[in-house]
Design a protein around this ligand. Structure first.
Ligand code: PEP
Ligand code: MG
Length: 835
């Protein structure tokens, strides 16, 4: 008889569905549940081994239908298949039907003796009765907020233009592939004439899609609309990229041109990570083991050996990701998240398994030939950045190889400080290096955009790549110096050269120290007024490096990003963890959490918004939030719990009326009293503020100020609403300037009302990070400015040059001017005078 397997992240859910299906079929159908993982602390998840065991327990040659809930459940089911023999695999059918309804329909049909095609079809259409019954309750579906979308016979489509500067490079591609994995829908991606599977990292990467290119996504399956909405949200979020260069320190990717003769003992490479290191050379031997091809008889067991090594590789990567996040940074850890996707790419694993079965090759040889073929695909892309990704594929390949042939593992720990010389260094190897012992890195191959170069920069190790074969002539033990900014390697420098290098090294170290110190110094005007400088973030991942960038707190945590790019809303615990993580990273500095600010203009895949003619004037921000009390209370509980031990403040967006403030405060009081009765701690004095971004709030500022602890001005929205000009429409760009006189008058009204009520005023719109506006904002009386991290050092430096009496004069004069251009010209002039 055909068997049924129910796979869910929750053991209880899987078991519950099994029980229900068995009851409906009087226990006559073989049904197995594979839910949760074997970790009492964190039992939610899916485990390929468990799925495989469940399949085997109901397996017969009649076939097995497998139903899964979301995301990794699908990946686990696919991986479980790899453990089965090809013969067995032919009888397993992964079905994209909804879990509960699908399982019941499938079980009933199995019991009735239907064949596989009928069972699958019944399961897929299992939602139809419910949809028919509730047709009256189904709202007109919201138009997905897409650049262009349509329903075609082949599925729903979405066409977008790539917004981020670097295009669909490794990390945005990884984000897209992870997102695709969260939906049951089949998602393909068309770029020009090529169409690829959006779940294959290699296929997506090798598209070579760049900024401005058009992409068409085609989704088929039950949750196709939701998948496309999530893709749109990811695109709107710039594919998760920040287009600003982190600190301007990324070295040029070119080999430097040299003016004049260089001494004979200098090798020139490509600058990859700034800084000067002087130390003893140490060669690192090649990391790729020699692979022998053997013929095997038992191809099934060889295939299993490979699957086990791949799973071990995925496990390793989990540790590397956690360590890299701790030691280097979340952005750099993203490199290894992409490695995980490469490792789970069916293009790679299928190719290796096929070689085992068809050519009867041993696992090592089959694996390595698949890895090399995939690396070659990257090398053939006409884009230097993507070509460098071939190294990532090889790195991933070596990781698995180490599990297949452990004797080949090389150690990367050094007893003595040294400068490492290598043909090339994988990102994994680089991430393992200890900057205490590895003073510098020089590689013969590689480019400055290679991931090992990025990690070296994150670790602060001076590095040069692409220095050529001349490196082999340097003996281990020779004294060398590395200038990571110029790209020079000095072999056995003379006494004169050494003195010069040492003095450049200490000047460089001092400069770095000063930069670090000055960005961390407070922003105090010449006459002693302290302006608090904070950062805007969207996810806790962005907190790494904020303190070094000079942030004293977080002035705007845009929580909607926690809700995007996923299949369901984050739980209270997930939100609590995110808020706590951000607060911990700020070492006691204040963290202002803005409640979910969504609406028709900021779509979230699993929230259905009614179609609105004018989403910017519609059901967004606090308007939506107040009407979705379950979601609002979950968020408030998480914020309040985080406030027990951290300096947390709460802020409501898009407030227009006093009634909204009162309703929001009432909800907060309700949540706080529930927490109290549950004996859960929270900060009873947590400050509660509002964003001022709606003209009504400006006009009502005097009244609103009586009911809140602070104002934070969102100039992005305030400008668009004051000027009635869409902030995203280039045609009205000139109107959307915060230097418009009307906006300046609004700002003055806000700070005046706050001052009268004795509350403080901040600004978290983009204007806060514009150094041209700094005098004006100080003069208008802002107490806090919150901005994107890269802007902080310059704004702080600017504040230190300001005298607040003079700044008040600048603000007063700016308020007399009659156009945005006149204000801008005046501020530029007064800036030049200060210099
Ligand atoms: C603003 O409107 O200025 C603001 C900071 O909010 P957002 O940009 O998230 O709408
Ligand atoms: Mg806003």
């Amino acid at each position: 008889m055909i068997g049924l397997v129910v796979v869910s992240h929750s053991a209880k859910l899987a078991e519950g569905v099994r029980e229900l299906a068995q009851q409906m079929t009087q226990h006559s159908v073989p049904i197995a549940a594979a839910g949760g993982i074997d970790d009492p602390e964190n039992p939610i998840g899916t485990d390929p081994m468990q799925v495989m065991a469940a399949i085997e327990s109901v397996y017969s040659d009649d076939g097995v239908v497998v139903l899964m809930d979301l995301g990794s459940a699908i990946m686990s089911a696919e991986m479980a298949m790899e453990f089965l023999t090809p013969e067995q695999q032919q009888h397993i059918h992964l079905c994209e039907a909804p879990l509960v309804e699908g399982a019941l329909a499938a079980a009933v049909q199995i019991n009735a003796g239907g064949d596989i095609a009928l069972i699958m079809s019944e399961a897929r259409h299992a939602l139809a009765p419910k949809q028919k019954q509730l047709a009256h309750a189904i709202d007109t579906p919201a138009e997905p907020a897409v650049t262009s979308s349509s329903n075609t016979v082949g599925g729903e489509t979405l066409t977008v233009t790539i917004p981020n500067k670097l295009g669909l490079h490794a990390r945005p591609a990884a984000r897209l592939v992870s997102l695709a994995g969260q939906f049951n829908a089949t998602l393909t991606l068309k770029h020009g004439t090529e169409t690829v599977n959006a779940r294959s990292i290699t296929q997506v990467n090798t598209l070579g899609a760049r900024h401005g290119d058009e992409l068409t996504f085609i989704a088929t399956g039950a949750d196709a609309t939701a998948a496309l909405k999530a893709v749109q949200a990811l695109v709107d979020n710039n594919f998760g990229d920040r287009d600003d260069s982190p600190n301007g320190t990324t070295p040029t990717a070119e080999r430097p041109t040299i003016a004049g003769d260089l001494p004979d003992n200098v090798i020139v490479g490509i600058p990859a990570s700034n800084g000067i290191a002087i130390g003893t050379a140490r060669h690192l031997q090649a990391q790729t083991p020699e692979i022998e091809t053997r013929t095997v008889e038992n191809t099934d067991s060889e295939s299993k050996r490979l699957s086990t090594a791949v799973i071990a590789g995925v496990d390793d990567l989990k540790h590397v990701i956690a360590n890299t996040k701790r030691k280097v940074g979340a952005d750099e850890a993203g490199i290894f998240e992409a490695h995980q996707l490469i490792l789970q790419d069916p293009d790679l694993t299928d190719a290796a398994h096929n070689t085992i079965h068809h050519n009867k090759h041993n696992a090592e040889a089959a694996w390595w030939s698949a890895v090399e073929a995939m690396a070659a695909r990257y090398r053939n892309i006409n884009d230097a950045y993507m070509q460098a990704r071939a190294d990532d594929v090889l790195d991933v390949g070596r990781r698995v190889l180490r599990h297949l042939a452990p004797e080949q593992v090389a150690s990367l720990s050094f007893d003595e400080p040294c400068i490492l010389l290598a043909k090339d260094l994988s990102p994994s190897d680089t991430a393992q290096l200890d900057p205490e012992n590895v003073l510098g890195i020089v590689t013969a191959e590689g480019g400055a955009t290679g991931h090992s170069a990025i990690i070296a920069r994150g670790l602060g190790i001076p590095a040069i790549v692409g220095a050529g074969t001349g490196l082999q002539l340097i003996n281990s033990g020779t004294e060398i110096a590395v200038d990571g900014q110029k790209g020079f390697v000095w072999q056995a420098p003379s006494a004169v050269q050494l003195t010069q290098l040492q003095s450049e090294q200490s000047a460089w170290q001092q400069q770095q120290q000063e930069l670090r110190e000055s960005s961390r110094k407070p922003a105090i005007t010449r006459d002693g007024k302290n302006i608090e400088i904070a950062a805007n973030i969207g996810t806790p991942k962005q907190v790494s490096g904020l303190l070094d960038a000079g942030a004293e707190g977080i002035g705007l945590f845009r929580t909607e990003l926690l809700f995007m790019d996923r299949a369901q809303a984050p739980t209270e615990d997930e939100q609590y963890d995110a808020y706590t993580q951000a607060a911990q990273a700020l070492n006691g500095g204040p963290v202002i959490i803005r409640t979910l600010d969504v609406g028709g203009d900021k779509p979230i895949s699993y929230i259905t918004f009614d179609h609105e003619e004018n989403p910017f004037l519609g059901h967004r921000g606090i308007r939506y939030w107040l009407e979705n009390t379950d979601l609002a209370k979950t968020q408030l509980r998480a914020v309040c719990r985080a406030s027990a031990k951290h300096n947390i403040k709460l802020m409501f967006p898009m407030v227009g009326t006093l009634d909204e403030v009162q309703q929001a405060r009432a909800l907060l009081a309700e949540v706080q009293s529930a927490l109290k009765s549950e004996n859960i701690a929270y900060d009873t004095d947590m400050e509660v503020g509002i964003m001022i971004e709606v003209p009504a709030a400006v006009m009502n500022a005097t009244q609103l100020a009586q009911h809140v602890d602070f104002f934070s001005v969102g100039t992005n929205d305030l400008t668009q609403y004051v000027m009635a000009a869409d902030r995203g429409n280039p045609k009205v760009k000139a109107l959307v300037s915060p230097f418009q006189p009307a906006v300046l008058h609004a700002l003055r009204q806000i700070t005046a009302a706050a001052k009268d009520a004795g509350i403080w005023t901040g600004m978290c719109g983009e204007m806060a990070g514009n150094p041209l506006a700094t005098d004006l904002l100080v003069g208008l009386g802002f107490d806090e400015l919150s901005m994107n991290a890269p802007a902080i050092a310059e704004v702080k430096a600017k504040i230190r040059t300001i005298d607040s009496v003079k700044a008040r004069g600048i603000a007063a004069h700016a308020l007399t001017l009659d156009s945005a251009d006149a204000v801008t010209a005046y501020l530029k002039g007064s800036n030049d005078d200060e210099r």
